[in-house]
Design a binder for this molecule. Structure first.
Ligand SMILES: Cc1ncc(COP(=O)(O)O)c(C=O)c1O
Length: 620
């Protein structure tokens, strides 16, 4: 829970530090380390590693999407809990470069882990083509023209169940004996793995039980049922579904099929790497792979780094689901305190044990991307191919584009794995909204205008004819001399935007560009804000992550109301794992301890946004 922060400091020793210059900033409750790195093209960019929140040490426990590995290692590492914001760097930068483990080639320390050679052999002889297609490697014409480098799309979204996941599931299941197949298989998943297992089971003529959380949307469990599997809805969250699946696997003798942390699953996913090398005519600079638990990247890297070692293998993670980057950074697997659910296919708190062992040795680093950039890539893909990717499916494309821009890459060949198209249709609204922001075609701003006749007209004149206002929110407040206007403009160039802000400021209209602020994009831009928003006595703002299940709102209200007055409430569904809710509550400072104790008892993640948001953003 993000609220238990007791500040601690760490030096990001595992981040490649050689070209970086450190400077340390101390404030009362945070210590952050800022690193400046020179870009190839000589302009500077800032990379931030901060440690404002605590790192709790605890003994390894299972991740939401991880499952027991068949690989036994002599010692279980101690697992730290860390927050996603403890390692952030600029989009496109190749960060979290791993230090190789000295134990990798030491057979006495690797238990019964398979060798790299055996991964290669097993990928070459895999039977995935009983169910999977050799997906096309397609040239992205428009994107390549825009970036000046050749972008190739490995179209795993064209697989029979619209994602690559059937490769790993089938490869593992095809190795089961007839007796094991007759006892059936079981897995837990709310996403693409479920469909992969169901399809593989149908092909192999075996019975499959798929345990999904009760919150799984009907469209998802129905498509699994349609493939002939038995769906069991169990538990509010993934962990409970997984516990149930494992229990049933023991009781009924069913084989548990893990989503990523198993050598046979990794081998199945590795066939993607084999195809890329077969299909690419020219030499490749890099292959960008989306990372959840790490099964796909471990498999792809196992093949490519042995057959074509010069090709960079770059993992891509959402900035708020960076478990692999943080594991590289700490030199061991870590557990994320909380994970962003927008790209639900990769919303994993702990990467796999075997996947981490391989990735640490074979992966070149991790690029982090924002939700906006993912949405922009979904739009790019649509414009290029008329296909709609799910967020995790567009992740690698977003990473590839950010990397090419950051390093000014020209004329190289770059592959992005487009891994899934199981898009929840309801999510498209949010995607279209954020896509233009992600491509910097829209900016979100706030300006203070005087509460007097004619000021709105003057404001519009200052916006100017070049800029198109796409959204405008204003509410009269008779207690104030100034009104706060929240608005968005469609951009032509960044210079146009800068010129507009300068026009506002020179006319004494305080203006702030809020485009990169998630709180504004997710909540405030949907509220009619007046300056009164910051004038409610004792109002504190919190962002809660509500689990998407019936009764969550009542549970919240039971804990906090009527003890305190709720002065603002904005709910916005983001994905399957949780909804972001912005809540204003009137709490006296003397009541804060009691408030936090009641809020913590809910078990919902929450952050206090009072100072970061209202004071900093809206009091212009
Ligand atoms: C569409 C999509 N992309 C990427 C991934 C990440 O794969 P892995 O967990 O093997 O890293 C997943 C995982 O389910 C997925 O569904």
């Amino acid at each position: 829970m993000a609220m238990q922060a007791s500040p601690s400091t760490f030096i990001p020793s595992r981040v490649k530090t050689s070209p970086l210059l450190f400077s340390t900033t101390n404030t009362t409750n945070t210590t952050s380390i800022k690193m400046m790195k020179k870009k190839k093209k000589s302009n500077l960019s800032t990379i931030k590693a901060n440690s404002t929140l605590n790192e709790t040490i605890l003994v390894a426990s299972p991740s939401p999407e991880s499952s027991s590995s068949v690989v036994s290692h002599p010692t279980q590492p101690i697992m730290k809990r860390v927050t996603t914001d403890s390692l952030q760097y600029e989009s496109g930068y190749l960060g979290a470069v791993p230090e190789k483990s000295p134990d990798f080639n030491d057979s006495t320390k690797n238990g019964d882990s398979p060798t790299l050679q055996s991964y290669l052999t097993n990928i070459l002889t895999s039977k995935v083509y009983d169910v999977a297609i050799e997906s096309p490697l397609q040239f992205a014409t428009k994107l390549s023209q825009r970036l000046g480098t050749n972008i190739w799309l490995k179209r795993e979204d064209m697989q029979p169940v619209f994602s690559f996941k059937l490769r790993g599931a089938y490869n593992m299941m095809a190795k089961l004996t007839r007796e094991q197949l007759d006892r059936g298989v079981i897995c837990s998943s709310a996403g693409n793995h479920a469909q992969g297992v169901a399809l593989a089971a149908r092909k192999l003529g075996c019975d499959a039980v798929i345990v999904m959380p009760v919150t799984t949307p009907e469209i998802k469990w129905k498509s699994v049922e349609r493939l002939g599997a038995t769906v069991v809805l169990k538990g509010d969250a993934y962990d409970e579904a997984q516990a149930h699946a494992k229990q049933r696997s023991e009781l009924e003798g069913r084989t548990f099929i893990p989503p990523f942390d198993h050598p046979d699953v990794i081998v199945g996913q590795g066939t993607v790497g084999m195809e890329i090398l077969r299909q690419a005519d020219e030499s490749l600079h890099a292959v960008f792979v989306p990372v959840g638990g790490g099964g796909l990247i471990a498999g792809v890297a196992s093949y490519l780094k042995q057959v074509s070692p010069k090709v960079k293998i770059i993992g891509v993670e959402p900035a708020d689901a960076n478990a692999l980057a943080l594991s590289f950074h700490h030199g061991q697997r870590i557990m994320l305190e909380q994970v962003g659910g927008f790209a639900d296919g990769v919303a994993v708190k702990v990467v796999g044990e075997e996947t981490f062992r391989l990735c640490r040795e074979l992966v070149d680093g991790v690029v982090l991307v924002s939700k906006d950039a993912i949405c922009a890539s979904i739009k790019d893909m649509f414009e290029e191919t008329r296909s709609i990717l799910e967020p995790a499916g567009a992740l690698a494309l977003a990473g590839a584009e950010a990397y090419c821009k950051f390093y000014g890459l020209k004329g190289e060949n770059v592959v992005a794995l487009t891994t899934g198209a199981n898009m929840n249709f309801d999510r498209l609204r949010l995607v279209t909204e954020l896509a233009d922001v992600g491509r910097q075609r829209e900016a979100v701003l706030a300006t203070c205008i005087p509460e007097e006749p004619g000021s709105f007209k003057k404001f519009c004149e200052l916006v100017g004819s070049k800029m198109n206002i796409t959204e405008f929110k204003y509410r009269y407040d008779d207690r104030e001399k100034e009104a706060l206007v929240l608005y968005s403009v469609g951009l032509h160039t960044v210079c146009d935007l800068t010129a507009m802000v300068e026009r506002m400021v020179s006319s004494k209209l305080k203006t702030k560009n809020l485009t990169s602020n998630a709180l504004v994009k997710e909540h405030l831009r949907h509220l009619v804000v007046g300056s009164s928003l910051s004038k409610v006595p004792n109002e504190r703002l919190f962002q809660f992550v509500f689990p998407e299940r019936p009764g969550a709102l009542m549970k919240f209200l039971d804990a906090l109301s009527p003890r305190w007055n709720i002065s603002l409430f904005h709910y916005r569904s983001q994905g399957e794992t949780g909804a972001n809710v912005l809540v204003g509550i009137q709490v006296l400072i003397s009541e804060l301890d009691e408030f936090h104790s009641r809020a913590s008892s809910l078990g919902f993640d929450y952050t206090d946004e009072t100072y970061t948001s209202l004071r900093d953003l809206l009091m212009l």
